[in-house]
Design a protein around this ligand. Structure first.
Ligand SMILES: *Cc1c(COP(=O)(O)O)cnc(C)c1O
Length: 236
């Protein structure tokens, strides 16, 4: 229960799912095409369970060390895991097979390592390519102007399935200020599709967080990653 608002985690999950539906309908989209990924970094298994009872079905973790014990603790639960944080190449081996989708492939080298480890495990890994839409030097991700060329380089990796794009726009005070970045991500995906690269699809756009997910849904997000609006502000 939040001391300020009296709202529980379950109340907030239900409210966000309703907002996603409304935003999709407002923009003429099918609400079933938008999935909520709960960003669960620093959140306890107990609080995650509260969210699951209210309808969370996809959990997004940022750090391998934090994710592994949570995955084990929730092994009996009906829940899927996505990896959304920056992934170091040396950690790839320990996560292959655990995550349905890795949102945050930010270099060709990382893509190659995921391909190699997935191949060793006899699997194919679904991934999104992270795009640095704001051109920020502090942020990971492919440069928009290099994306099409590098997608073509990664497309032949047989144990990697490129499913779409992910982006974290520069922080803005007003959600509306993020809209041009979301539009840019959608246009980049369209530019990749126009190349008709075999084995590459751009069905998923992972964009929108607690402050701006409604705008992201209006602009075509299929996955929104939401943490603090569900679980409250993170400490530390
Ligand atoms: C923490 C995190 C989120 C969620 O951020 P909130 O502002 O708390 O909703 C989304 N995406 C990534 C990659 C994150 O690390």
């Amino acid at each position: 229960m939040d001391v300020m608002t009296g709202e529980s985690i379950a109340d907030r999950v239900r409210g966000i799912l309703a907002n996603i539906r409304t935003a999709a309908e407002r923009s003429g989209r099918d609400p079933r095409c938008v999935r909520l990924v709960a960003a669960t970094k620093t959140v306890s298994v107990e609080h995650i369970r509260e969210g699951m009872d209210a309808g969370l079905s996809i959990l997004g973790e940022n750090r391998v060390q934090e994710a592994l014990p949570k995955i084990e603790a929730l092994a009996q639960a009906q829940v899927r895991w996505h990896f959304i944080g920056q992934l170091q190449r040396r950690k790839v081996r320990s996560i292959v097979g655990l995550f349905d989708l890795i949102h945050s492939v930010d270099s060709v080298e990382l893509a190659q390592e995921i391909n190699r480890r997935a191949g060793e495990a006899g699997r194919a890994q679904d991934v999104l390519l992270e795009v640095n839409v704001g051109g920020e030097s502090t942020k990971a991700g492919f440069r928009p102007n290099e994306l099409v060329r590098l997608v073509a380089m990664m497309a032949p990796l047989t144990h990697l399935r490129i499913k779409g794009l992910m982006a974290i726009p520069p922080p803005t005070v007003e959600a509306e200020s993020a809209r041009p970045y979301f539009i840019r991500v959608r246009e980049l995906a369209q530019a990749v599709v126009a190349e008709r690269i075999p084995g590459v699809s751009m069905d998923e756009l992972s964009m929108g967080m607690s402050n701006d997910y409604a705008v992201a849904v209006e602009e075509g997000a299929t996955l929104v990653r939401i943490g603090s609006a569900i679980f409250g502000a993170r400490h530390g």
